[in-house]
Design a protein around this ligand. Structure first.
Ligand SMILES: [Zn+2]
Length: 676
């Protein structure tokens, strides 16, 4: 494999930094129960390589294309609904009840890109959009265009917080999160003022919560949003509101797993129900823990996390096995069973073809684990953040910056065993347009996850060409640059560009998969070897020009699943570093279908960087086996027919970039031929 370690080009980029830092996406600068402080959005940026490329795609393609889709009315109405509510345009409400929230997510993503570019035209454009949003807001602070416009057109059923399916709390929550990011990046308060007015409306409306009001807590982005608004403003009433909202869940009568309200949160031990709603709830509860240290929040979060990671999460970090189901399925007490959709399944129920894995649920997994990491500094949470980002999050978007998946299955065949609700190919628009702007904001904010800090330490969480300029609370000023071709190889160099004389620790994340990692400081081997799934600490008084080399061995590995996962029984998958691979039909010889391929247990895979394929990826090539294709048309069973297996060349590609070459067959898991 020939790949250069990218040259250092950082000094010029770093001169643009100011140390008057805007806090990170999640601002734990003053959170009393955070072990890790997030770094400012303007303190870090991708400079080169994998993530810099993704960020550029986001900034130059995804953001402008989404802006025109959401400002336009070809597919649905997003901005137009605000214009009508503001009295600036005629017409009626159109689109989903959660379109407002998805528009805010886009604004958040667009705002986040300003941290790296300070694009004056975009900044001005956002101000114009925000002015219309502010004008659409009622004088009492209420803001939900679907309800407002239906009310105005005489719909007697439309009124604030009357119908949970109106997703008002989701819309309010995304508003607060987006306004917080916009404020941090730009320093402006125009959007934040809208969010404050909305939050004050909620404080008033939910002063005396009732069970009917409590029903409105579905798809709960509002816990994260309100806690972040508290952090941005320092207003204690917002923290109290977040506490009240979480406690209010217990008022729900006849709840069910779809909204995680069958049981009080502190009695929950397993992830159940709608996976986006679940992960947003867990992320919000973790946010509240960061401020309160309430062990009644941490205990269920820790137990549910273990349940997800050991029994319910896909190899790709994806969450939500089921399109539709019943939960708790198979429970002894049948009367507690309710319908669920887009949901976590039973333990070890991880179907591949019908895997739901909504992009938003996988992003929710990142949001949740990031907050769990901030609370603990435990590397196991960052492992999940990284796994989901590289695989089931990035898979949500096409390399053209235009098309998106709603669901992220691990296997697609032709024909499919059944017709499914959502497309097997990425598309520019789906009626439920939650995932595309969610992916935009996640990529736009991804650099902020790369680093963290504590009093006298810089935590390196994600590897990618990047630069960081920050100040530690011990007074140490740190400017550093990271150069690497990660995730295509595991060699990373971190160079100290500027520092004070106090000294600090550099803490390098050693991923759980990284056996045999090694560290050198200024070309001298470190005193001991780093252990997997930990942070390796190098503490010293640094000098400008000091450098640290980390080597994470990255062999291609065959993975197998716990045999309780029926759908993966006697199958293997390929993973290299954090990247999960798949076999896709364009890479198979003619006449060989995905279901014909069998993997020998001693499969040898050679890694090779192919710069022309799929925008430049490391492919894994080897020799597998294929059985002759047979027709199963009209048959469910037949007598077993041993077939002569023939060698076949296979080429695995990263799962996240499958289906960028037209409709195809694909599988992550493939049958293994075990040998003695
Ligand atoms: Zn979604």
């Amino acid at each position: 494999m020939k790949m250069k370690l990218h040259a250092f080009i950082f000094a010029a980029a770093l001169t643009q930094f100011s140390l008057a830092a805007a806090p990170g996406v999640v601002d734990t600068a003053s959170s009393p129960f955070a072990q890790i402080r997030s770094v400012g959005l303007d303190e870090v940026r991708w400079t080169d390589g994998f993530w810099a490329d993704r960020f550029e795609l986001c900034r130059t393609q995804m953001v402008p294309k989404m802006e025109s889709l959401m400002e336009g009315t070809n597919y649905s109405q997003f901005f137009r609904n605000f214009e009508i509510a503001a009295g600036r345009a005629g017409g009626k409400s159109r689109g989903s009840t959660f379109n407002d929230g998805d528009f805010y997510k886009f604004l958040e993503g667009a705002s986040a890109t300003l941290a790296a570019t300070n694009d004056v035209a975009l900044r001005k454009k956002l101000d114009e959009l925000i002015a219309v949003i502010a004008q659409a807001q009622e004088t009492n602070g209420y803001l939900d265009t679907w309800v407002q416009l239906h009310q105005r057109s005489g719909d007697t059923n439309a009124a604030p917080f009357q119908n949970p399916e109106n997703f008002e709390m989701y819309n309010f929550g995304q508003l607060m999160t987006a306004a917080g990011v916009h404020h941090r990046v730009t320093g402006e308060t125009n959007f934040l003022a809208v969010a404050r007015k909305a939050a004050d409306y909620l404080c008033e409306t939910f002063r005396n919560p009732t069970p009917a009001l409590a029903n409105n807590l579905i798809c709960p982005s509002h816990y994260m949003g309100i806690v972040e608004l508290y952090r941005a403003t320092g207003e204690p009433r917002y923290l109290e509101l977040a506490k009240k909202f979480l406690a209010m869940r217990d008022l729900v009568k006849e709840g069910g797993d779809d909204n995680q309200d069958r049981l009080p949160l502190d009695q929950q031990t397993e992830a159940e129900g709608h996976a986006v709603r679940a992960n947003y709830l867990f992320a919000g509860a973790a946010d509240l823990f960061l401020e309160t240290g309430d062990t009644n929040l941490w205990k269920p979060l820790a137990e549910i996390w273990t349940n997800v990671v050991t029994k319910k999460m896909y190899l790709t970090g994806g969450c939500g096995a089921l399109y539709d189901g019943a939960s708790p399925d198979g429970a002894k007490d049948q009367k507690h069973i309710t319908r669920v959709h887009q949901a976590y399944g039973r333990n070890f129920q991880l179907p591949n073809t019908t895997a739901y894995n909504e992009t938003c649920a996988n992003i929710g997994n990142v949001l949740w684990n990031w907050r769990m990491f901030l609370a603990t500094g435990n590397a196991k949470f960052m492992d999940v953040v990284e796994l989901a980002l590289y695989n089931s999050v990035l898979s949500g978007g096409a390399l053209d910056g235009t098309n998106y998946f709603y669901t992220n299955p691990l296997r697609v065949t032709d024909p499919m065993p059944l017709a499914l609700r959502w497309s097997r190919t990425r598309v520019p628009f789906v009626s439920s347009f939650c995932c595309p702007p969610n992916l935009v904001r996640t990529i736009a904010e991804s650099a902020d996850y790369a680093y963290g800090k504590s009093a006298d330490a810089v935590w390196v969480n994600l590897y990618g060409g990047s630069s960081l300029a920050t100040k530690l609370s011990n007074g140490e000023t740190v400017k550093l640059a990271q150069a690497t071709d990660y995730p295509w190889n595991g060699r990373v160099r971190i160079k100290i560009l500027e520092c004070g004389g106090t000294g600090f620790a550099l803490k390098l994340r050693i991923p759980g998969w990284a056996n045999g990692a090694s560290v050198r400081v200024n070309d001298a081997p470190a005193d001991f070897s780093p252990g997997a799934q930990s942070y390796f600490e190098i503490r010293r008084v640094w000098q400008p020009g000091d450098f640290v080399d980390l080597d994470l061995p990255m062999p291609a590995r065959l993975m197998e699943a716990n045999p309780l996962v029926e759908e993966d029984l006697n199958q293997v998958a390929v993973q290299r570093g954090p990247v999960v691979y798949c076999l896709e039909s364009p890479d198979l010889p003619p006449g060989v279908k995905i279901s014909d391929v069998m993997i020998p247990a001693d499969l040898k895979l050679v890694a090779r960087f192919d710069r022309r394929l799929l925008d430049g990826i490391v492919i894994l090539e080897g020799k597998a086996l294929a059985q002759p294709e047979v027709s199963w048309t009209g048959k469910l069973y037949r007598d077993f027919q041993p077939a002569e297996l023939k060698p076949v060349n296979v080429k695995f590609i990263p799962y996240s970039v499958w289906q960028n070459r037209g409709p195809s067959e694909m599988s992550v898991w493939l049958p293994v031929r075990r040998t003695n």
